[in-house]
Ligand binder design. Structure first.
Ligand code: ADP
Ligand code: TRP
Length: 344
């Protein structure tokens, strides 16, 4: 045991040993503020606090919305660059592409076989799509099963996500519990969501949840011009400049993401309460802070961008390490379910 570990309380060691895992769908060019403050920022912190953290690009998941292979490849690489730019460090975290470990689809099948239609019909994403009267493909309907397999395959304990994903993690827990019960084993770990209270749901420029599907995003690494356009377009109420402002609006909530500390935030709220503060000024200040905040990440991103060979190497190394965790879990599941012969 290292001297660092010897000095730690047993609970601290147990926490460090919990496996962290999360993923992002490669469905857009760049990640947005919701992805960063809701999820990615936690990924970076948790890679420091835990011995094993896995972060992957959910390219299988993007197949329900993207039907162009080249686009998927480009988006996948872009998410890896965003990960690295944001501070994910391949020497601390395992970075990999979901489809490089196709075993996940085998676990998906095992889980599908114990998942009821009723459970899947209660999923928010499915309900939202049916409410809109959309015709849904089977992949979208069974999305939570693939996501559960993503989590369970690596024995993950903690899953950092935004609040919109909480239900999916509860479903993964349910599937793990069922599998263990049906096959009288402890093959699968029951995972917990890890959600940051303050940024569980980051609002978009129209005040709804920021989401690629609503077209209300502010991207982390879009061009200055695009970011400026998005920020200046944030919807506000029509209170005149001289009147006090309601701080319960997207413009202030987004500004708060970049407040340096509590005093900084209070000073802004005091100015809003006094009146005389124009929304244009808040937006300009927000834009300046946002650009400064992401500047070091932009620089890091462009360094990695010039080196695609390095990205492939990171992913190759990542999948080898991920497979070491996945193999014993999958073998235990196969054995418990009476499938095949041990693979090794
Ligand atoms: P989108 O809704 O734009 O398609 P994703 O579903 O790809 O975003 O989300 C990737 C991660 O970012 C997930 O963990 C999700 O919970 C988180 N996330 C997405 N949008 C937000 C938001 N507006 N606020 C907080 N977290 C978010
Ligand atoms: N469903 C997640 C999203 O839309 C992405 C995802 C896929 C994921 N598999 C996962 C997140 C496993 C956490 C764990 O954002």
């Amino acid at each position: 045991m290292s001297s660092q570990k010897k000095d730690q309380a047993p609970e601290a060691i147990a926490t460090r040993q919990q496996i962290v895992l999360s993923g992002t769908k490669p469905t857009g060019e760049h990640l947005h503020l919701g992805n960063y403050f809701g999820a990615l920022r936690q990924f970076v912190d948790l890679q420091e606090e835990h011995d094993t953290a896995l972060y992957f690009v959910a390219d299988y998941h993007s197949m329900t919305s993207i039907r162009d292979g080249e686009e998927r490849r480009r988006n996948t690489e872009s998410v890896v660059l965003d990960y690295l730019a944001a501070g994910l460090d391949p020497s601390r975290a395992i970075l990999f592409r979901q489809s490089d470990l196709p075993e996940v689809t085998e676990l998906t099948w095992m889980l599908s076989s114990i998942t009821t239609m009723g459970m899947l019909e209660r999923a928010h994403a499915y309900k939202a799509a049916t409410d809109k009267g959309e015709e849904i493909d089977h992949g979208t309907f069974t999305y939570p099963v693939l996501m559960a397999a993503d989590i369970l395959l690596y024995g993950s304990h903690l899953v950092p996500v935004g609040k919109d994903q909480k239900q999916h993690i509860e479903m993964a827990r349910d599937m793990a519990g069922r599998f263990n019960r049906y096959y009288d084993c402890e093959a699968l770990v029951l995972p917990e969501p890890h959600i940051l209270e303050d940024t569980a749901t980051v609002p978009g420029t129209d005040g709804r949840k920021m989401s690629k599907s609503y077209g209300n995003t502010v991207s982390m690494f879009a061009s200055n011009k695009q970011i400026k356009k998005a920020i200046m377009g944030i919807a506000t109420d029509s209170t005149p400049v001289e009147d006090p402002k309601d701080t319960n609006q997207a413009v202030f909530e987004l500004w708060c993401l970049f407040a340096t500390d509590e005093a900084d935030r209070e000073a802004m709220f005091a100015r809003a309460a006094e009146g005389g503060l124009g929304y244009g000024d808040v937006k300009k200040d927000l834009l300046g802070r946002l650009m400064d905040y992401f500047e070091p990440m932009r620089v890091r991103r462009s360094e990695f961008e010039g080196n695609p060979g390095q990205i492939e190497e990171i992913l190759r190394d990542g999948v080898a390490r991920a497979r070491e965790l996945a193999d014993p879990v999958l073998d235990t599941c196969r054995q418990a379910a009476g499938l095949g012969v041990p693979r090794k």
